[in-house]
Design a protein around this ligand. Structure first.
Ligand code: UDP
Ligand code: MG
Length: 314
């Protein structure tokens, strides 16, 4: 058993307005456990004062450790780095913007002590987010649930507690396009959820505009499902059957003197329709192909500029 009992991992990208409050609330909560803990801050290539502030926080409290990335690698990769370096027996992932209330960590720890290996936080409500974000998120969670092979609990983000065993299993999953929620479900173990109301951001703005949300969703789908690849097959069979039926109808119509199918318009519409379907199918194959390419290159997942605070314990 390691000396550190709990590792709180917070990925940070331009979170200068949130760091002090995060430190304050995490410290307040974790002190109540009466057990040793660390706060692992991952600086994901921030361009504001996030990096300097993290160093100051470490200087004031050596329990705060930091991983400084060489550039921005994205939220899911930042979380992965945090998990790689975390030393605790239980690892808790939390957003740095305080949308996930740290107070819930105590409830998670309680469940962990009851024997659950993963305790995920279910958002029963969301505050201060646009109806568009709420609606697209709801749609996304349900789509993923229905078409992926692993049953990822509905309305859960990355806010969760994981046992050391779970984290060790996830460390062996080297995929580049990471979807942490799916990966935690994939490894299995005894899991349970606790409910909470997702809060407004304490400061700053979301880093997930629509473009990034779509990329995130396609990583989730391609990472855990082959259904999109099968769509082309289904469409192919469907359209081929339709065309056989149409041929028969046209022959009968022509023989009975009906001229309804003359003209270029029908031909043009059909060609464009099929062209569209073929391009979409190619695009779907491309999505998978691009990801296969990224995998075979075997680049490191992230590049670290500096780590602070881990050395003495390694
Ligand atoms: N984040 C990150 N790298 C990025 C984007 C976001 O580390 O490239 C962090 C961010 O600092 C925050 C968490 O990931 O702690 C969630 O991001 P955000 O709040 O922007 O997403 P939302 O809550 O709106 O889904
Ligand atoms: Mg947020």
């Amino acid at each position: 058993m390691s000396k550190i009992r709990y590792s709180i991992v917070a990925p940070c990208y331009n979170e200068e307005g949130n760091l002090l409050e995060l430190r304050r609330r995490i410290t307040e909560i974790m002190e109540q456990t009466g057990e040793p803990w660390e706060l692992v801050l991952v600086n994901d290539g921030s361009v504001d004062r996030t990096g300097e502030m993290m160093r100051e926080l470490h200087a004031n409290d050596p329990r705060i450790h930091l991983i400084d990335f060489a550039r921005n690698f994205g939220h899911q990769v930042a979380v992965t780095a945090g998990m790689d370096y975390a030393q605790g027996d239980a690892i808790i992932l939390i957003d740095a913007d305080l949308q996930d209330p740290p107070e819930l960590i105590l409830e998670m720890i309680q469940k962990w002590k009851e024997g659950y290996k993963v305790v995920y936080a279910v958002r029963s409500d969301r505050k201060g987010e646009t109806w568009f974000k709420i609606w697209t998120a709801k749609f996304f969670y349900r789509l993923i649930y229905n078409i992926t092979d692993v049953k990822i609990p509905l309305d859960t983000g990355d806010f969760r507690l994981m046992d050391r065993q779970v984290v060790n299993a996830m460390k062996q999953m080297k995929e580049r396009h990471r979807f942490i929620r799916g990966m935690t479900s994939w490894v299995g173990f005894k899991q349970t959820g606790v409910h909470y109301v997702r809060q407004e951001r304490f400061a700053g703005e979301t880093h997930y505009p629509l473009r990034r949300m779509i990329r995130f969703a396609s990583d989730a789908i391609t990472g855990f499902s082959h259904v999109p690849l099968q769509i082309a097959t289904f469409l192919g069979f469907g359209i081929a059957s339709l065309s056989i039926l149409a041929t028969i109808i046209v022959i009968i119509a022509r023989l009975s003197g009906n001229h309804a199918f003359f003209g270029q318009a029908t031909t043009l519409v059909m060609v464009l329709f099929l062209g569209g379907i073929q391009l979409i199918s190619l695009g779907i194959i491309g999505e998978y192909l691009g990801r296969i390419y990224d995998e075979v290159k075997e680049r490191p997942l992230y590049v670290v500029n500096e780590t602070v605070g881990f050395e003495d314990k390694k």
